[in-house]
Design a protein around this ligand. Structure first.
Ligand code: ADP
Length: 547
């Protein structure tokens, strides 16, 4: 017997219509590429998203055709999120920080038909358009009068001129909820980029999950600043969750530096922000010397790479802001775990609570996870045993778009498919997962593993260190030994020996790095994460003093 409930497909168009109808006057504030602050509302975003849908219909773009963006976080990008996906096309967010050759490869692989871009990225589009034969329409995300006369890009229109003639009413199609809605290529730190192809259903379920109290705890009372880019895993789903709860959204545009982010947080009374650790490093770097405090910010989700304890402490002790440590991946839409305490932890000392809060957190309902050993056998949840982390759930990929060279899932004894994350982790008896490392970054010394994350966390706890990356370097006896590559804070001093000494008592003796390498900067990837592959290349000629 089937239940007798209405069979409503879970569609992204329903989100924007809900936000427009129930939270129509909630504000969407954007710092524009032009430098000014733009204000609109959910009602305006919905009206203009319908215009986008009409414009795409007029172009006779077929269902599932890809519409690409090269854009910062802003209201026009948000309108495209809804107009493109809502009308049945697939929003393909391209990462402008990639090398133009990679952008070409990805746009051709995705067979993008339309490319909408912020004027900041005009030079990229000028460099690639001749090599992207599938793209038949270029749209510059600007006012009609801001479009330069001769860009060399055939048929280029401004976004405002493109949508101006369109009606702001539209009947959203009743799509299959499993239809593709958006896509995002992994940053390709290994091999060619691969695309996660999200569906309406996966995006809506993820949006519900993200809003839960033990996840991002989003509500209509929040003013939310996604610093995490909309070109990376849909800004962790915030554009969807925000519409679901009807909160205010604040978009930083191109201004991701500490001062710009801070000023916007204060002027727009931001209560919640989300981003990768490197961004918050810049923010803290601006606050401290200028003696600034937050007047409205209560919590921030930090994820994408391990959040150092020193950062969690600084936010809590110096600024009264709760850091929620999150873990996820492009392939997981991206949220997998988030770290919040349980009822039984409330009576613990702050120090013991801290030990939990440093972990990557508990699985969100919808995500199942396990750690396995070399032969695929499940390993115990004792907080000590580490193994390869596998996940499954309705917002986790089962395959990549146009999979070439095999499918990602591994089957267990019951024939259930699990996605191998490429991360090595422990899980404790309460279900808190802690990432030891990415499997390719783990340092293998004398048959034991050293977590590069642990070594980095200790380095950045030193007052003179701004950033640290730990890599394994070949050693004749131990196979590999850890070396920590560090960037000093401006004006701060610390010697190699002082830093090595700083590790004493903070980690096992054999895990203390053999050497410290001081650099001006650590190479960052397209999503602001440390690029260890590049760092290893830079240190190709380096030999250990102990070797
Ligand atoms: P990419 O593979 O291009 O880096 P993602 O942005 O999807 O793409 O990165 C996912 C990976 O980032 C995870 O598999 C994990 O290694 C790392 N990661 C994400 N969040 C955290 C975290 N909180 N702590 C440690 N590592 C993290």
């Amino acid at each position: 017997m089937l239940g007798l409930m209405q069979d409503q497909p879970l569609l992204i168009s329903a989100l924007i219509e809900f936000a427009a109808r129930h939270h129509g006057d909630a504000e969407i504030v954007s710092r524009r590429v032009e430098g000014d602050i733009h204000r609109s509302t959910w009602r305006d975003v919905a009206a203009r998203a319908r215009k986008v849908a009409n414009a795409l219909d007029q172009m006779k773009l077929a269902e599932s055709d890809r519409v690409a963006t090269l854009a910062w976080n802003g209201y026009r990008h948000l309108e495209l999120y809804y107009g493109v996906s809502g009308s049945g096309r697939v929003l393909h967010t391209l990462n402008p920080r990639l090398h133009p050759d990679q952008v070409v490869w990805i746009a051709n692989h995705a067979e993008d038909q339309v490319l909408c871009f912020d004027m900041t990225f005009l030079p990229i589009v000028q460099a690639i358009h001749a090599k992207c034969p599938t793209i038949k329409q270029y749209v510059a995300l600007c006012d009609a009068d801001k479009l330069p006369a001769d860009t060399g890009i055939p048929g280029l229109v401004s976004y405002e001129a493109w949508i101006a003639p369109q009606k702001d009413s539209y009947v959203w199609p009743k799509l299959d909820e499993n239809a593709a809605s958006s896509m995002c290529y992994t940053s390709g730190t290994t091999g060619n980029p691969k695309a996660a192809l999200y569906s309406h259903r996966s995006s809506i379920l993820h949006a519900y999950a993200a809003a839960l109290p033990d996840v991002m705890c989003l509500s209509a009372r929040d003013s939310v600043l996604p610093v995490v880019p909309m070109f990376h895993v849909n800004a962790w789903g915030l554009p969807y969750s925000a519409a679901m709860v009807g909160c205010k959204l604040v978009f930083p545009g191109a201004g991701m530096d500490g001062k710009s982010v801070y000023d916007l947080m204060e002027s727009e009374k931001v209560t919640f922000a989300a981003g990768v650790p490197t961004v918050w490093q810049m923010l803290l770097g601006h606050l401290k010397p200028n003696n600034l405090k937050f007047s409205t910010l209560t919590r921030t989700v930090i994820g994408g790479s391990a959040c150092p304890p020193a950062m969690i402490n600084a936010f809590r002790d110096d600024y009264g802001v709760d850091v929620l440590h999150a873990w996820g991946m492009t392939e997981m839409s991206p949220l997998g775990t988030l770290c919040t305490l349980k009822n039984k932890h409330l009576g613990m000392s702050a120090e013991d609570q801290m030990k939990i809060r440093l972990k990557q957190g508990r699985a969100i309902f919808g995500v199942d996870m396990k750690i396995v050993g070399e032969n695929g056998q499940e390993l115990p949840w004792d907080g000590k045993t580490y193994g390869d982390l596998l996940v499954k759930g309705p917002w986790i990929v089962k395959d990549y778009f146009k999979t070439e060279g095999g499918h990602p899932l591994v089957s267990d004894a019951n024939g259930e498919g699990w996605f191998p994350t490429g991360d090595v982790a422990t899980i404790d008896a309460d279900g808190y997962m802690q990432i030891t490392d990415r499997s390719k970054d783990v340092i293998k010394s004398g048959g034991e593993w050293i977590s590069s994350i642990d070594i980095e966390n200790i380095a950045v706890a030193h007052p003179a260190i701004a950033m640290a990356a730990c890599i394994g370097v070949k050693h004749p006896k131990w196979d590999e030994r850890p070396v920590v590559v560090v960037v000093k804070k401006p004006g701060a001093e610390v010697t190699r020996d002082e830093l090595i000494q700083f590790y004493e008592g903070k980690t096992a003796k054999w895990q203390i790095p053999d050497d410290v390498v001081f650099v001006d900067a650590i190479p960052l990837g397209a999503t602001g994460k440390m690029l260890k592959t590049k760092l290893r290349e830079q240190l190709a000629n380096y030999t250990l003093p102990t070797a």
